[in-house]
Design a protein around this ligand. Structure first.
Ligand SMILES: Nc1nc2c(ncn2[C@@H]2O[C@H](COP(=O)(O)OP(=O)(O)OP(=O)(O)O)[C@@H](O)[C@H]2O)c(=O)[nH]1
Ligand SMILES: [Mg+2]
Length: 388
């Protein structure tokens, strides 16, 4: 195993997150270091292809949290040292979490902060529940996002409905989860092969680390493939209209893109130029561009594209609602409104820093411990909903 692979790890959090990670390991079918964290021993028992650690066993006795993020967080806190030990030495982690339940919502920020404190860079892929799971689950999931975004270098939010739409299947309810998982693991497999396979035009873990180190915040992941004579242009067209991109922001507003082209030895130079030309035509002129190729005979006859699009941190003053004079915390999300710096430039670990958007406290040093601002009310930090 080479060093780049050893220092890259796939991390699943919560029941859904572990199952997604496990599905990706199965699809990848090669060397892929992976670990899962969940409080539910029964749920992880069915996962045989990667190590799963049970969190908070003393408190929860190997059971789930019943959808309670505070319990999910406590479970991770109880075993914080074991989590840190399991993640030691990782330089680049892709953290997969299925939001909506207790462990995914509550433990993911802690896992991300543990990686950050150990000096690793993280790309977090977080799914949102299907609409049919109900409004409450979705709200709960959305409430977890600001903390996760804050703790990761890049965050991709993938609504399960969008993954299912990519599968193009609109059949039975029983199909929904496996179909969404299949799309997810196919996308992650392309991405992992792109980063770990020495390519003709390399786009390796170091390049990805460099992008993530800039703390670009929210990003989007899209995949597309095509075969036949016009496969290069068709793949780009499909990528540009992928349901995974959502409706906004438009491609013209993307600030940076990392595009992987995976194909067989039959990939022609002219096709690569076409992909580059058509893709760049869809983007703004100033968009930062990175492209890599992987030639692998299992892709012979077709072209697969995988793209990570960085929408970029919001600029101070741009499209941000004015915070109320004193009420500057985002009560719905629990995030600290106004901290607009990219994650990588925010203070890490025990270092203090001046944060913006704290109303009358804006010039006061924040008390940051393990990446958490302890000056924020507990109910906001833990995402607890108060009855008003
Ligand atoms: N991909 C995938 N997602 C799932 C699966 N089961 C549930 N989910 C999604 O994950 C979300 C969170 O559910 P769980 O993962 O079961 O919750 P948890 O994080 O383990 O937390 P608990 O509440 O303690 O079970 C759900 O709302 C679903 O959207 C699954 O088998 N595969
Ligand atoms: Mg569970």
């Amino acid at each position: 195993m080479n060093d780049a692979i050893v220092s890259m790890m796939l991390v699943g959090v919560g029941g859904g997150g572990c199952r997604l990670a496990s599905a990706a390991v199965r699809t990848f079918d090669g060397e892929l270091a992976a670990i899962g964290f969940d409080s539910d021993a029964v749920a992880t028992r069915g996962i045989g292809n990667m190590r799963c650690m049970i969190l908070g066993a003393k408190r929860f006795d190997g059971h789930g949290t019943g959808g309670d993020p505070v319990k999910g967080r406590s479970a991770a806190q109880d075993d914080a040292e074991a989590v840190a030990a399991a993640l030691a030495g990782v330089r680049l982690a892709v953290v997969v979490t299925a939001l909506g339940g207790g462990v995914g919502n509550g433990a993911t920020p802690l896992v991300l902060n543990t990686l950050r404190n150990a000096g690793a860079h993280t790309l977090c892929l977080a799914t949102l529940p299907f609409a049919f799971e109900g409004r409450e689950r979705l709200t709960q999931a959305e409430r977890a996002l600001p903390l996760i975004e804050e703790a990761s270098d890049g965050l991709v939010v993938l609504p399960l409905d969008q993954l299912y739409a990519v599968a193009g299947a609109h059949e039975t309810l029983a199909d929904a989860m496996p179909q969404a998982e299949a799309v997810f693991s196919a996308a992650l497999t392309l991405f992992w092969r792109l980063v770990t396979t020495p390519g003709f035009i390399a786009l390796d873990a170091e390049s990805l680390l460099a992008v993530l180190a800039q703390g670009r915040g929210r990003c989007r992941l899209a995949v597309a493939s095509a075969a036949g004579a016009a496969r290069a242009t068709e793949a780009v067209a499909r990528l540009c209209r992928s349901p995974l991109l959502g409706k906004a922001p438009p491609l013209q507003e993307v600030q940076a893109i990392t595009l992987g082209v995976l194909a067989g030895g039959d990939l022609r130079l002219a096709e690569l130029s076409e992909i580059s030309k058509h893709m760049q035509a869809a983007l703004a002129r100033g968009c930062e561009w990175r492209m890599g190729t992987v030639l692998d005979e299992r892709y012979a006859g077709s072209i697969h594209l995988v793209a990570l699009l960085f929408d970029g941190p919001r600029q101070p003053g741009a499209r941000l609602p004015e915070p109320a004079a004193e009420e500057t915390f985002d009560a719905a999300g629990g995030s600290l409104a106004g901290d607009l710096r990219p994650a990588a430039r925010r203070p890490r670990g025990r270092t203090g820093g001046r944060l913006q958007g704290r109303g009358r406290f804006k010039d006061v040093e924040a008390t940051l411990i393990n990446g958490e601002d302890l000056d924020r009310p507990t109910y906001l930090r833990l995402g607890i909903v108060l009855d008003r």
